[in-house]
Design a protein around this ligand. Structure first.
Ligand SMILES: C[S@@+](CC[C@H](N)C(=O)[O-])C[C@H]1O[C@@H](n2cnc3c(N)ncnc32)[C@H](O)[C@@H]1O
Length: 247
């Protein structure tokens, strides 16, 4: 989790977390353990143990984390390798959309939480991402194509996962549920911003010959963003749904 880009989102999430003393916490789909490191800084001395899991260890290399954080390779599409009633707090961000049986994962999160434990599940609603620029149809096409085109490492993909999250948990009737939305807004198109990095990621649509966006369309899309930046009309917004459930 890149701390600068996510700072307003992290602040909003942390306002919703309260940990007991000697808290036992987990991050599912943690990639580089960035969230757990920040949690440890925000709640000094409160955390007894913290485990970050991911389907692969690509993000674990060269990560600076310290005890009590440990990292494990685990597939969250399967039964989680944790005992019942283990955690005070389970966090997961931008991972649920990759799992095909979401109801099963909801039940697994419920199983591994202690009674009274909290889950926070944060998901971008990819189909609601917005850029300003001249060519409305093209920009909408690029954003939508990126949102709905499944990448090879994903088991599943739902471009509406943000708006669906509350319902996915709430239907289970296992949690006391609340939801809020945090919009990350940027007004500059420059390296290191969400909008810039996402615009670069969108290139894979033509690079991998997905058929969803041509190279010419991609170049025009980038040209639109640069033009908006130079005339002062650039804006990027990315909504994150923050689901909170108490067992
Ligand atoms: C978009 S990244 C988000 C990473 C991190 N949570 C964050 O917000 O910065 C999705 C992460 O979920 C992991 N992931 C995808 N499917 C998974 C699964 N079935 N089990 C565990 N991790 C998974 C990916 O490897 C990746 O690290």
């Amino acid at each position: 989790m890149n701390s600068n880009k996510y700072s307003s989102l992290v602040k909003e999430i942390f306002e919703q977390i309260s940990l007991p003393d000697n808290a036992v916490v987990a991050d599912l789909g943690c990639r580089d353990a960035g969230f757990l490191v920040k949690l440890q800084q925000a709640f000094p001395g409160k955390i007894k143990s913290a485990v970050g899991v991911d389907i692969n260890d690509k993000g674990f290399k060269n990560v600076k984390y310290k005890k009590p954080i440990i990292l494990k390779v685990m597939n969250c599409s399967e039964k989680l390798e944790f005992a019942d009633d283990t955690f005070d707090f389970v966090f997961t961000k931008d991972m649920f959309e990759c799992v095909s049986d979401k109801a099963f994962l909801v039940r697994e999160i419920h199983r591994i939480l202690k009674p009274g434990g909290t889950v926070i599940c944060v998901n971008c609603d990819w189909d609601s991402v917005a850029y300003n620029g001249e060519n409305k149809e093209l920009i909408s096409k690029a954003v939508h194509a990126y949102a709905v085109t499944k990448q090879p490492w994903m088991d599943d993909l739902d471009s509406w996962i943000g708006r669906r999250m509350h319902g996915i948990f709430n239907k289970s009737k296992l949690f006391e549920s609340t939801v809020s939305v945090h919009n990350v807004v940027e007004t500059e198109y420059k390296e290191g911003t969400f909008g810039y990095e996402l615009s670069k990621d969108i290139a894979w649509l033509f690079e991998e010959n997905t058929g969803a966006l041509s190279e010419e369309e991609y170049k025009e899309f980038i040209g639109n963003l640069k033009q908006a930046q130079s005339d002062g009309s650039y804006i990027f917004s990315k909504p994150y749904y923050i689901y909170k459930g108490i067992k």
